[in-house]
Structures are given as structure tokens and as C-alpha cells.
Design a protein around this ligand. Structure first.
Ligand code: FES
Length: 255
């Protein structure tokens, strides 16, 4: 392949986030409690099918992937077809079609993180873990994924563990992070929250808070620079009830 050809990162059907739903593995932990929680999620929305995305996160929290039983249960609760559920579940990369590890580690390699060393970090993680992107270590501990921009470019290069930010990473910090995760040591996001597990994070995304969201500073210094300048300069936001009105355009004049 020449260096200029597009190389897909979604071409491995055995990867955790790729290919079809795995019908060769029919195992499931979904029980009556899960179904009751699915109904609880559906009841939050005026149109119950709007609940599908959080319900799929609940499936992942229980089964560690989008399981065939999870697809079926979502379809039954929402009165839609399994094909409709599969269509959604296989569209978004956050839904895994193969079991993800206890911890999901993401490395951002989009423009700014790439410039600041994102590809070096991903390469280092692949070597350290002995797996490629979209794979899980054989002991089921860690899954690795290349991520698109996390809207945290002011902290580049950024990694994520179970969707919690790890800002301003270096290869050394990344090594230390992986060692701690593997040894079940306490790990905190650089924004504060304690790292739990991928499944627990999926439960939060399903709309069942774990009470950790407000732990720590939540916003890093780089995000607060603008606010600090505004405070120093005495700038305030305009009063939303008293915004200046644009003059009406003169007739025949283009805006
Ligand atoms: S490019 Fe990595 S967070 Fe934006």
C-alpha cells in the first residue's frame, strides 16, 4: 500500500468494535432486573425509542459487549425490530461487538494530539500491552482503541480510561498508568474522578450515576484561562434579557 492510500482502522471483523454482532456467543447476564432497568430508562423519554442509546450502554454494563440477548431485550422493551437495534449498535464505535476488557484505554491521535505525540503513545501502548488497536489483552484486563478528538485539545496529548480524561500524557506517565490499572491500584483521572471499570462507566452512561461525577477539580487549568482573563479584565457575559437588537436591513440592500 502506498503511503497516500487511506487505511481503514475498522477492517478487522474480530476487533471489539468491528464486524457484526457476534451470534456465536449467546452468553448473557441480562435478567429481570436488567429488563426492569431498561423499562425505567425508556420511561424517561416521551418517545420510548429515544432510550435506545442509554439502553445499549446498560447492555454493555451487564454483558461487557452488545450481546444478541441485549439486542433482543432492547427490541422487546421498545417495540422495535432487532434489525433496528442492530443498525444503531453497529453504527457507533462506543458499542462493542466483542467483549471489552476490564478497562478501556483510548489514545487520541487526531491533529493536535498527533502533533503532541499521540501516535507515539499509541505505539508505546501497543508494545507494552502486546496488542493492536481494537484488541483486548488475553487476560481480559485492558482494551486499546485509537480515539478521534475528545474535545480536550488544550490538554494534548490526551488518553482516556473508561471515558475519563488523562490529560497531558507522556510515554512514562502512560506506562505508569497501565501498570497501576493492571495491579488494581487506585487511579484518578487528571480531572479528579476515581477510575472504576469500563462496565461501571457504561452503567453511568446508561443514566445510573455512581456519585463520582463531581470528584476533584473537574476542569483543568487550561480550560479556565479564558475565565481568568475575563475576571481580570472585568468582562461579563451580556444580559440575555437585554441583548442589542440588530438594525433591520435597508430595503433592496443585501445582508
Ligand atoms: S486532538 Fe486530541 S483531544 Fe482534540
Amino acid at each position: 500500500m502506498s503511503g497516500h492510500e487511506f487505511q481503514s482502522h475498522f477492517d478487522d471483523p474480530a476487533a471489539p468494535g468491528a464486524g457484526d454482532i457476534d451470534h456465536s456467543d449467546m452468553s448473557t447476564n441480562i435478567d429481570e432486573t436488567t429488563i426492569a432497568e431498561m423499562r425505567q430508562i425508556a420511561a424517561r423519554y416521551p418517545q420510548k425509542r429515544s432510550a435506545l442509546l442509554p439502553m445499549l450502554h446498560l447492555v454493555q454494563s451487564v454483558d461487557g459487549r452488545i450481546s444478541p440477548r441485549g439486542i433482543e431485550a432492547c427490541a422487546q422493551v421498545l417495540d422495535i425490530t432487532t434489525a433496528q437495534v442492530s443498525g444503531v449498535a453497529t453504527f457507533y464505535t462506543m458499542y462493542k461487538r466483542r467483549p471489552a476488557g476490564k478497562h478501556h484505554v483510548g489514545v487520541c491521535t487526531t491533529a493536535l494530539c498527533a502533533v503532541m505525540g499521540g501516535d507515539i503513545l499509541l505505539d508505546r501502548m501497543e508494545k507494552k500491552l502486546g496488542i493492536g488497536e481494537n484488541q483486548t489483552t488475553p487476560d481480559g484486563q485492558i482494551s486499546l482503541e485509537r480515539l478521534e478528538c475528545n474535545a480536550a485539545c488544550d490538554f494534548a496529548p490526551v488518553m482516556m480510561v473508561n471515558w475519563e480524561f488523562m490529560d497531558n500524557m507522556t510515554p512514562e506517565k502512560a506506562d505508569e498508568l497501565i501498570d497501576k490499572l493492571r495491579n488494581d491500584e487506585e487511579v484518578h483521572s487528571t480531572r479528579g474522578a476515581q477510575i472504576t471499570s469500563w462496565r461501571e462507566a457504561e452503567r453511568v452512561l446508561a443514566g445510573f450515576p455512581d456519585g463520582l461525577a463531581d470528584e476533584g477539580p473537574t476542569a483543568g487549568p487550561a480550560s479556565l484561562v479564558g475565565l481568568e482573563i475575563a475576571h481580570n479584565e472585568g468582562w461579563t457575559a451580556p444580559d440575555p434579557n437585554n441583548l442589542p437588537v440588530n438594525p433591520a436591513p435597508e430595503e433592496g440592500k443585501q445582508q
